[in-house]
Design a protein around this ligand. Structure first.
Ligand SMILES: Cc1cc2nc3c(=O)[nH]c(=O)nc-3n(C[C@H](O)[C@H](O)[C@H](O)COP(=O)(O)OP(=O)(O)OC[C@H]3O[C@@H](n4cnc5c(N)ncnc54)[C@H](O)[C@@H]3O)c2cc1C
Length: 393
């Protein structure tokens, strides 16, 4: 997403930009729900991708108790979209000739006035700059800043999407229309509707995005990352290989812990998958003629649902800095100067919201925030709300 945003914004200032994606097939059906923010809508419009049929609008947030009673409500209209929809909109901004599937970045040589980029296929490209939009485990960042590594937050997510058509009436009525919370100690369940396959927003054809935050220390996480064939994975397990005993334990715990309507939703998800939560702040997001954008530059925990918004804003800021300086090096320095602190603030804010989980509370401020967030009304006021960055301006 950040790569496509960057190419779109660079073309607008008259640059030629090519995107190299390691996947050899089009990226479809990946990921799940994405909360939108005013910054994302603005970046989509400004990039030329637009916001047509972006997703499903909810009017309010609700919090449920264990029995499924609504214990609090908050009026907050929000558009919920999907990774697929955003990728499709952005993908359409780029000419097929400038989008290259099956190209895995291998290494970059910095030269006096540009870069030489090597791909694992053997292809070599010379350019004025290289932009690493290659995600939290960025190979580009690994080369220019190997010391910067993602940090495990001490908790992970079970997540997945249920088809609206597979949900029983109780779930359709009690939770499907809302941005729903269920908040037992050291856990968060957050759910909302998104469009269905191929961006179908017709009633009956939509999907329901389900996220369940759980605590696990590094040892337990490592055990969970042993797959169905006994193979140990380092960071997460491809969904089809997640062990059946883990899924069975998840479903049994859901019976015990979740309100009935949310248990119904999980029951309708055929293949729940787990995502460990990491974050990091890179001290620099430009080095020589290499810049980093999106998750490669800094990776917030997902509590604000702001990752794609940040990707769009990083890309726009990079293009603006290059537009405003005839000298490319100065433009990149300006990008680093203006945007790195914003990325750091976003990550710090996500850590603040993560204190709800009660893991690694190190300072009095952490403990005070943790205490505040034990109130479900505070969670509805803080989690994935628009305009949270205003406090840092
Ligand atoms: C549980 C969860 C919930 C989230 N919810 C939200 C939300 O509600 N709203 C929101 O805005 N964000 C959300 N996010 C964050 C969002 O998904 C990311 O911030 C966003 O996808 C970042 O985009 P990116 O393009 O920087 O990185 P990525 O999406 O990781 O894309 C990186 C791309 O680079 C490619 N690549 C990697 N290595 C190489 C290489 N060596 N050579 C070539 N290509 C390579 C990959 O194949 C991939 O296509 C969530 C994240 C998680 C984990």
């Amino acid at each position: 997403m950040s790569g496509l945003f960057t190419a779109a914004f660079l073309r607008q200032i008259g640059w030629q930009a090519d995107v190299y994606e390691r996947s050899s097939i089009e990226l479809v059906g990946r990921g799940a729900g994405i909360t939108t923010h005013p910054e994302l809508l603005a970046a989509l419009e400004a990039s030329g991708a637009g916001t047509k049929n972006l997703g499903v609008t909810v009017d309010k947030r609700i919090t449920l108790d264990r029995n499924g009673n609504v214990i609090a409500e908050k009026h907050l209209p929000q558009i919920l979209t999907s990774w697929d929809r955003l990728q499709r909109l952005l993908r359409e901004t780029i000419e097929p000739a400038h989008y290259h599937l099956g190209h895995e970045f291998e290494r970059v040589e910095q030269r006096n006035s540009g870069v030489r980029v090597h791909f694992s296929s053997g292809r070599v490209e010379d350019a004025d700059i290289l932009v690493g939009g290659d995600g939290v485990r960025s190979s580009v960042r690994a080369q220019i800043m190997p010391e910067v590594q993602p940090i495990y937050a001490g908790y992970y997510i079970w997540r997945g999407t249920a088809n609206e058509a597979d949900l029983p009436p109780r779930a359709l009525q009690d939770v499907f229309p809302y941005f729903s919370f269920f908040l037992p100690p050291q856990q968060e369940v957050i759910c909302y509707p998104i469009s269905g396959f191929d961006n179908d927003t017709r009633p009956g054809h939509r999907r329901f995005n389900f996220i369940w935050y759980r605590v696990a220390d590094a040892k337990l996480l490592a055990e969970m990352c042993v797959d169905e064939n006994g193979h140990q994975h380092e960071f997460s397990v491809p969904p089809p290989l997640i062990r059946k005993d883990l899924i069975a334990a998840l479903r049994a715990e859901a019976e015990e812990i979740l309100p009935p309507a949310l248990n119904d939703c999980l029951g309708a998800i055929k293949q729940p998958f787990l995502t460990p939560i990491y974050d990091f702040i890179a001290p620099r997001i430009a080095s020589g003629r290499v810049a980093l954008v999106g998750d490669a530059a800094s990776n917030p925990r997902p509590h604000m649902g702001f990752g794609v918004s940040k990707a769009g804003c990083d890309a726009e800021a990079l293009a603006q800095a290059l537009r405003d300086h005839d000298d490319i090096d100065r433009g990149l320095a300006e990008y680093n100067r203006t945007r790195q602190p914003i990325g750091a603030n976003i990550v710090m804010h996500s850590r603040k919201l993560g204190t709800h989980m009660g893991v690694n509370l190190q300072t009095d401020e952490d403990r005070a925030m943790h205490k505040l967030l034990q109130d479900h009304r505070a969670m509805m006021d803080w989690i994935a709300v628009p305009d949270f960055l205003d406090a840092y301006r």
